[in-house]
Design a protein around this ligand. Structure first.
Ligand code: PGA
Length: 249
């Protein structure tokens, strides 16, 4: 049985003090359950606070970005090795904001995937089409290209540590959520792609998350569709009460 994964992407929000306050409220209402993983992708400067606040409470902490080189003269970048040493279990790779605002290419995501695994982090690869690409009927062409290049170096041993998040760019932070059918169609196609690429067993075990304006009011209908194994939640993960509604489902 594959895991159901609820992941919060805080982006560049919350100070360490706000992070500590969040977890105080969140953890008073949270209990871990089997078959589920709960993950917080927090800003790099909040990682230590988040790890300290959640130690032993059944949630994982991740970094939102890593550099593709292990160390060196890369001023301002996050090291995967340091994130792991600080207690992170996870990292996002290829979030659409990284791609569109910071020039992250498919080839860069491929290098980050490999380095994350080498450093013992579980990478969550984000894929998704823009509105223009969807309108042009190119959704699956784009998603398959992102998957093909981003996951090119994965070996049989790597797959168990990989997670995929489908996030249509036009739905991120816009309040415009994909319909359950739109999400399910792409998730089903991603699983079919995985089956071709890595075999039926890997495809069946891979959690594929939906992200893009997921809210307490709209996620249940999406969650009940085929091939949807969790959510990557931005705006609606910033308030403990709101994110707890996802976790309590
Ligand atoms: P959103 O962000 O839930 O605020 O749309 C999702 C994301 O960017 O991961």
């Amino acid at each position: 049985m594959r895991q159901f994964v609820l992941a919060a992407n805080w982006k560049m929000n919350k100070t360490p003090v706000e992070t500590a306050a969040f977890f105080q409220t969140f953890l008073s209402g949270f209990s871990p359950s089997p078959g589920r993983q709960t993950v917080f992708f927090v800003p790099a400067l909040d990682i230590t606070t988040a790890i300290g606040a959640t130690n032993g409470r059944g949630v994982g902490i991740g970094t939102q970005n890593i550099h593709f080189k292990k160390k060196g003269a890369f001023t301002g970048e996050n090291s995967a090795e340091a994130a792991k040493a600080a207690g992170c279990e996870w990292t996002l790779v290829g979030h659409s904001e990284r791609r569109s605002l910071f020039g992250e290419t498919d080839l860069i995501t491929a290098k980050k995937m490999k380095l994350a695994l080498e450093c013992g982090l579980k990478p969550m690869l984000c894929v998704g089409e823009s509105l223009d690409e969807r309108t042009a009927g190119e959704t699956m062409k784009v998603v398959e290209r992102q998957l093909t290049v981003g996951l090119e170096a994965m070996t049989a041993a790597d797959w168990a540590s990989v997670t995929i998040a489908y996030e249509p760019v036009w739905a991120i932070g816009t309040g415009k959520v994909a319909t359950p059918e739109q999400a399910s169609e792409v998730h089903t196609a991603i699983r079919a792609w995985l089956e071709r690429r890595a075999g039926a067993e890997v495809a069946a075990a891979m959690p594929i998350l939906y992200g893009g304006s997921a809210k307490p009011e709209n996620f249940r209908e999406i969650a009940s569709q085929k091939n949807i194994d969790g959510f990557l939640v931005g705006g609606a993960s910033l308030e403990a009460d709101s994110f707890l509604k996802f976790c309590a489902w």
